[in-house]
Design a protein around this ligand. Structure first.
Ligand code: ADP
Ligand code: MG
Length: 325
C-alpha cells in the first residue's frame, strides 16, 4: 500500500504538485492520467524516493520514503521517464549491474535475472548490445530492471511513450500481466490506454488530483442523458410523435435522406423509461426505429470536463478516492 499525504512540490515559483493525497491499495492496476506538465513525473519521482518533497509524506507499507528510504524503496520497482540504460552493455550485463545495486548476488541474482528476462520477453536478445535494440525492447528492459528485487509495487512513468502501435500493445499486455502479481501504477496522457487496462484512474491536472475512480464510475458520473435514434419516417412525422411523448426534449432533428430521420433528444426522466416510451410511440404508428441508443459520455468528455473545471478555478471532486480503492 502506498499512502501519499498532502504532497506539494515547488520549483521556485512553479508549483508542480499541490497538496496531493491518495492511497494505492494492493493488487490493482492504477492509471495516473494527465496532460504534459500535470505533475505526474514529479509525483512519481517523489513516491520512489528519487526527489525530495517541499511538503507532505509518502509511505510505502508504512515506511516513510524519506525517513526509512531503504525499507521503503525495497518494496517498489521504478521505471523513470528516461531510464538510464548503458547502451554499450547487453541486457544481461545491465540487469546484473542493477541487481547488484539492489543488493542481489550469487545464484539469487542469476535466478532473478532469468525470471525478469522471461517475464518481459527479452530472453532472445539478452546478449545483444542495448544500442541495437528497438525502442520497444529498450522499454521492456527498463521494466525488467524495475522488476529486479521482486518488489510488490511497480511504478512506470509513461511506459508507452514514443513506441509504435504494435509495441504499445505489447507493453500494455505486459502491464496487464504484471498486474496479476503486482500492484502497478503507471502514468499516461492517453485516456484510452488507462481505460483499457486500469481498475482505478487518478486524473491529475496542474498538480492537483481532479478525480480518482474506476473507469466505469467516471463514465457513469458523466452519463449525458441523451438518446439518439433513426426513425423510418419523414421529419414532420417524427416531430409530431415527439411532441406527444412525455419526458422528451428534442435537441437535434435531421432528415438524412427522404423519409429517414435522425434525432437526438434529451431525456427528462429515467433513460430507459424514455427509450421504452419512444419505442412504443413509434411502433403504434407503424414506424420502425432502425437504430436507438444512449449517447454516453466517454472518458475524453470526462477529462475535458474535469480539467476545464480545474482551469476555471472550481474545486474538483472526490479528492481522496480511497473509499473506492
Ligand atoms: P508531467 O510528468 O505530468 O508531464 P512534470 O512532473 O514533469 O509533469 O512537471 C510538472 C511541472 O513542473 C511542469 O510545469 C514542469 O515544467 C515543472 N518542472 C518539472 N521539473 C522541473 C524542474 N526540475 N525545475 C523546474 N520546473 C520543473
Ligand atoms: Mg512526465
Amino acid at each position: 500500500m502506498i499512502e501519499v499525504e498532502h504532497l506539494t512540490k515547488r520549483y521556485g515559483d512553479v508549483t508542480a504538485v499541490s497538496d496531493l493525497s491518495f492511497t494505492i491499495q494492493p493488487g490493482q492496476i492504477y492509471g495516473f492520467l494527465g496532460p504534459n506538465g500535470a505533475g505526474k513525473s514529479t509525483t512519481m519521482n517523489i513516491m520512489t524516493g528519487c526527489l525530495s518533497a517541499t511538503e507532505g509524506h509518502v509511505r510505502i507499507d508504512g515506511h516513510d520514503i524519506f525517513q526509512e528510504p531503504n525499507q521503503a524503496k525495497r518494496l517498489i520497482g521504478y521505471l523513470p521517464e528516461q531510464p538510464p540504460l548503458y547502451l554499450n552493455e547487453t541486457p544481461l550485463e545491465y540487469l546484473r549491474f542493477v541487481g547488484e545495486a539492489k543488493g542481489l548476488k550469487g545464484p539469487a541474482l542469476t535466478e532473478q535475472i532469468g525470471e525478469v528476462l522471461r517475464q518481459t520477453g527479452l530472453e532472445n536478445v539478452r546478449g545483444r548490445r542495448i544500442a541495437a535494440l528497438s525502442k520497444g525492447y529498450k522499454q521492456r528492459l527498463g521494466i525488467a530492471q524495475a522488476l529486479l528485487g521482486d518488489p510488490q509495487m511497480i511504478i512506470l512513468d509513461e511506459p508507452t511513450v514514443g513506441l509504435d502501435p504494435l509495441q504499445i500493445i505489447e507493453i500494455r499486455d505486459l502491464i496487464k500481466e504484471l498486474g496479476k502479481t503486482h500492484t502497478v501504477l503507471f502514468s499516461s496522457h492517453i485516456l484510452s490506454e488507462v481505460q483499457a487496462i486500469c481498475g482505478q484512474i487518478l486524473i491529475l491536472s496542474k498538480g492537483k488530483l481532479v478525480a480518482f475512480d474506476t473507469p466505469e464510475n467516471l463514465e457513469r458520473r458523466m452519463t449525458s442523458n441523451e438518446i439518439v435514434f433513426t426513425a423510418d419516417a419523414p421529419q414532420d412525422v417524427v416531430v409530431d410523435i415527439l411532441v406527444q411523448t412525455e419526458g422528451v426534449s428534442p435537441l437535434d432533428l435531421q432528415e438524412k435522406s427522404p423519409g429517414l430521420t435522425e434525432a437526438r433528444i434529451g431525456a427528462e426522466e429515467e433513460l430507459y423509461d424514455v427509450s421504452r416510451r419512444l419505442f412504443f410511440a413509434f411502433a403504434e404508428r407503424g414506424i420502425a426505429l432502425l437504430e436507438i441508443g444512449l449517447r454516453k459520455a466517454n472518458l475524453e468528455d470526462i477529462f475535458i470536463e474535469l480539467t476545464e473545471k480545474e482551469a476555471q478555478g472550481k474545486e474538483g471532486q472526490n479528492h481522496d478516492g480511497s473509499a473506492e480503492a
